[in-house]
Design a protein around this ligand. Structure first.
Ligand code: UT7
Length: 323
């Protein structure tokens, strides 16, 4: 008898304001062609007036709860992966908790930048497997438009805003790789790479700061580390790449996504790709891709999924789950 964290519902929210690449041509020395060919991004959404990480997270959570046939009152915990909480504190998760009318249980944020959702899934799995919670809402939500240096063409064209959410529930499995639910997790970080990707503000500067990235270096680490962590997670689950139905990768760059799939020996027909429509939404990118993948009819019950992500820290990791 093995307790598994099984997906009951998935949902997402994207702000109404959609910005095509061409909009940057007016203010920056860039082009739609450069952005498409170097990153695969065609458009992204930016939060509108009054829209925040917690408001988008709440909208995504409501969509996921509706799919699960549940309400906030049915949850034991909320874990929200974000690097762009509305305030330094309280956590955005507790703001979502209040918006959902959830009086009991507990809620907290996880901050592992673009790897945040993978980290949050691993924490939710640990809570469920250890019996500390039965139903956990896991959200990835970001407002990276608030962290952009709009004069830096190497970064501001790459990111977008949005939110995605999953409801996980304890279910008894056989302890086999054929079980539904989270089958393995694999997390890593290495603080010595801090300078490659960071925000130059925070409580130590008294400013929010803006994102700084050495893109080429991050790219190099991404391809190598993502394929390795996916391999490790599959191995822990007693599976191989040949068993995978869908890679649901962090959506930062189509060239990273393609190179990682290639390294894993899998064709692009087994990869859920949304980067063209969302840009890089950091911790929101995987739950957004899961929700869109289900809507498109790509991901179906029983499919074996590998999610993998890397971001500031550097922090990276992957989760293997059967949908
Ligand atoms: O989610 C967190 C993890 N982040 C990532 O995974 C991002 C990883 N990195 C990347 O996705 C890519 O490195 C970028 C998309 C950021 C850049 O692509 P690249 O092929 O690595 O380009 P590059 O940084 O080597 O720059 C090539 C050229 C440079 O010009 P020179 O020095 O060759 O004259 C840049 O100045 O492209 C220039 N450039 C641009 N040109 C037009 C940089 N940004 C732009 C731009 N438009 N927006």
């Amino acid at each position: 008898m093995t307790v598994r964290a099984v997906v009951r519902g998935v949902g997402h929210y994207l702000p109404a304001r959609m910005v095509p690449n061409s909009e940057f041509e007016a203010t920056l020395d860039t082009s739609d062609e450069w952005i498409r060919t170097r990153s695969g991004i065609e458009r992204r959404h930016f939060a509108g007036e009054g829209e925040t990480t917690s408001s988008m997270a709440t909208a995504a959570a409501e969509a996921a709860l509706a799919k699960a046939g549940l309400t906030g009152a049915d949850l034991d915990a909320i874990i929200l992966a974000t690097s762009t909480a509305d305030f330094t504190f309280p956590s955005a998760a507790t703001m979502v908790q209040q918006q959902l009318g959830m009086k009991g249980g507990f809620a907290f944020d996880v901050q592992a930048v673009c790897a945040g959702f993978v980290y949050a899934l691993a924490q939710a799995n640990a809570l469920i497997v250890s019996g500390q919670a039965r139903r956990v809402l896991v959200i990835g939500a970001e407002t990276f438009s608030k962290l952009m240096d709009w004069t830096d063409r190497a970064t501001c064209v790459l990111f977008g805003d949005g939110a995605g959410a999953l409801v996980l529930e304890a279910e008894i499995g056989d302890g086999e790789p054929t079980d539904r639910g989270i089958l393995s997790t694999d997390l890593h970080s290495d603080g010595s790479y801090r300078e490659l990707l960071y925000v130059d503000g925070g409580v130590s500067t008294g400013t929010t700061g803006v994102l700084r990235m050495q893109g080429r270096e991050v790219f190099r680490h991404a391809v190598e580390k993502l394929a390795a962590t996916a391999h490790e997670a599959l191995q822990k689950a007693g599976l191989t790449a040949a068993d995978v139905d869908w890679i649901v990768p962090h959506q930062a760059n189509l060239r990273i996504i393609t190179a990682t799939a290639q390294k894993m020996g899998l064709p692009m027909s087994k990869v859920v790709v949304t980067v063209q429509d969302h840009g890089n939404t950091s911790a929101a990118s995987i739950p957004l891709a899961l929700s869109v993948g289900v809507e498109r009819g790509q991901i179906a019950e029983g499919d074996l999924l590998v999610t993998e992500a890397i971001g500031g820290g550097l922090a990276w990791g992957s989760v293997v789950l059967r949908w």
